[in-house]
Design a protein around this ligand. Sequence first.
Ligand code: KG4
Ligand code: ZN
Length: 336
Amino acid sequence: MNILGIETSCDETAVAIVRDGRHVLKSAVASQMEIHSPFKGVVPELASRAHVERLNPLLEKVLGAGGHRSIDAIAVTTGPGLIGCLLVGTVTAQTLGWSWDLPVVGVNHLEGHLFAGLVEHHGLKPPFLGLIVSGGHTELVIFQGYGRYKRLGATRDDAAGEAFDKVANLLGLPFPGGPAIDRAARRGNRNAVVFPRAWILGTHDFSFSGLKTSVSNYVRFGNGTKRAKKEDIAASFQESVVDVLVKKTIDAAQAHQMKSIVVGGGVAANSRLRQRFLEAAQKHHVKIYLPDLKFCTDNAAMIAAAGYYKLRHARSKDIRVSANLPIESWSLAHAH
Ligand code: KG4
Ligand code: ZN
């Protein structure tokens, strides 16, 4: 079964075709980086306008000469995200569904980031522990079955990606900050500055705003001795985020007897986080599934993958958009 996925929740316009929820036949992403980078953040109105301009050409490119002949259903992101942006995707999906006489299913962007772990990892089956680390979210979720989630914890303030973006801005690095810090940190000393780690013991929650304040204070005032260089601050900050994400995720896996872990979302593209997760997985005898880099940041293959399972198992195909859509279990059409 071939699902056409459409993703327009934030600043990437993305279209993909995925077979049986696992095999990516096509995937294309049109980035809006050049539009938003002068503002050092995503400007919602500019983003929705750019989606309007880019979505149809991208659909034509991905569908190619065969058009929609090989497509069996359409999956589209309904939230969380920017309302105007989400509407461009859902209205397009609905229109195509009507004119091609195909079912349309709405997908939660956050669960999409977890389904990215299933893409091209054919051996991975639930249950597993999922860590979602994106620009807007940091969540630990037990993926008990397709569409059956148990939320263990989340950030109490900034998301991990948000911390990367804000700290990059403090350091005068370009937007988006995550990749810029990742690059700068490779030339830095991660032990140069000891930044705080918020463990929030006894919970599976996270907090990154204190760390961001600490970096801001360091950049402004130093700590009395000689000031570390930009690359050292980037590497030290990154190490603090990575320490917390890896340790708390491994702890949660052990506490809930999870043998597999999926890490999804833009921050899962971070090279140091990937390296540390691979090391920790070996040490603690768990399997770690890291999506290919292009499926960590926003893409439509993950939406098509989630859509495939949702069409098979969920009762509802709701495509109403919502800016704040929590990750929620599906009401199942039948037990699986
Ligand atoms: O999942 P995503 O593409 O969009 C959202 O759903 O938010 O995540 C974007 C976030 C941004 O904060 C970006 O700075 C961060 O992911 N990011 C990274 C890296 N690549 C993207 N953070 C750290 N290291 C990276 N290599
Ligand atoms: Zn995302």
